[in-house]
Ligand binder design. Sequence first.
Ligand SMILES: C=CC1=C(C)c2cc3[nH]c(cc4nc(cc5[nH]c(cc1n2)c(C)c5CCC(=O)O)C(CCC(=O)O)=C4C)c(C)c3C=C
Ligand SMILES: [Fe+2]
Length: 498
Amino acid sequence: MDLLLPRSPGSSQMVSHCSVIQMDSSANSVNSSKTSLPPRYSFGWSGKQSKSLKQPLIKSSLQLRTVLTSKTRDISTSSLSNDEKIGVLLLNLGGPETLEDVQPFLFNLFADPDIIRLPRLFRFLQKPLAQFISVARAPKSKEGYAAIGGGSPLRKITDEQAEELRKALCEKDIPAKVYVGMRYWHPFTEEAIEQIKKDGITKLVVLPLYPQFSISTSGSSLRLLESIFREDEYLVNMQHTVIPSWYQREGYIKAMGDLIENELRKFEQPEKVMIFFSAHGVPLAYVEEAGDPYKAEMEECVDLIMEELEKRRLPNPYTLAYQSRVGPVEWLKPYTDETIVELGQRGVESLLAVPISFVSEHIETLEEIDVEYKELALKSGIQKWGRVPALGCQPTFISDLADAVIESLPYVGAMAVSNLEARQSLVPLGSVEELLAVYDSQRRELPAPVTVWEWGWTKSAETWNGRAAMLAVVVLVFLEVTTGEGFLHQWGILPISR
Ligand SMILES: C=CC1=C(C)c2cc3[nH]c(cc4nc(cc5[nH]c(cc1n2)c(C)c5CCC(=O)O)C(CCC(=O)O)=C4C)c(C)c3C=C
Ligand SMILES: [Fe+2]
């Protein structure tokens, strides 16, 4: 994809079922020159800065917000003409709709190199390994999905969010079509893109439905989108912009504050409740070696929510932990299960769990938190347990997403990085290609966890033994998959082909 420059402006009128918008080209102050990415953006990338460095930047962004919202509204409408059609593409993970979908869904997930990161030399083993892990994990995952009604609610909730977002945009005089593109299940991103092309969308805002950026979520979806864009003539010429993360937006923080306050009020003594933020984990190496900004963004997000609660005179104690780890490597700590046990031992009596990485109910809220962690908490001595619902279609949240889209419109097709407003915008912006370019330039290949060999029962020995074992498993699985014979077939793990 090339850098897409703004179209030459012209005064025009756009008619839709929502409203009629008058457009004044003179308001277009977008500077299209390409320099570097906005500081907010590269700042978020490093994932290694201290909190004290980050706070002032966020605060200044928040202060700027009112000015920006009114100004960007003028700019957004000014760059549209009557043949412009705005689309918003919501990116999400996707989930199996039936129990039969579970294994193929898991295959898609584990076949993603942003989820299972093999050294370059072993990339050809990605699919056999994904087949092996998905088959091995499917029974456990199926149990979870069976417990929440036989499938993931993600598609239904995301469709509802898309419809509410469309309505909110409409009410704010921005007629737009809103599409859902899932990474690992239907409707796949490719399906959404086909529809976008059929509908003749000319300006696209890409909005991952993850508040915080991670290589494994928004990063993976954007990488896929980039490859789709690169190969398609229509898409190469379609102007677009990306909102890579939006956890710092005032509306989102307020919406989270509302949900938490509501649940706190249900306790007999709300002031004594420990607020327990439970974020989805990622392997530690993503953050420490590959520069995933996820942990830094998560910590800032929690700080902002707590500031909001303090403003409401709810200065409760709080903690942040990471859940849902998969596989043998170390993930972000502290782990949710261990923290719950520790809090019980420390005499905490009331706990309010807040899922924080995701804006819909899903298997990890409905099963892992509501069933497994609740049971663990009660066993560990915690007497009162509550859980904040996921945002879903909460009106303040949806309205804020609509504002994020509107604020991003002036930058569709124009990075505007030298523009002061864009630099300090609450919504860090860029095109898919540019965002990934920065991401890749700062991301190093994951190094081997241990580089120097040590003799004895050491970490390096464990690592290399583990790798040798993994390689052996991969080779065996590869032979099984290609020949259709072997121990996995004999044990019934892989179906025998007839
Ligand atoms: C193995 C690596 C995984 C990483 C890294 C990871 C990151 C990550 N995931 C979410 C959000 C969700 N993940 C969901 C399901 C899910 N995720 C993994 C693995 C990794 N996730 C697996 C194996 C599964 C399947 C379920 C299971 O077997 O446990 C879902 C649920 C979708 C649903 O159907 O309801 C969500 C949501 C985030 C936010 C994240 C990193 C920040
Ligand atoms: Fe996950």
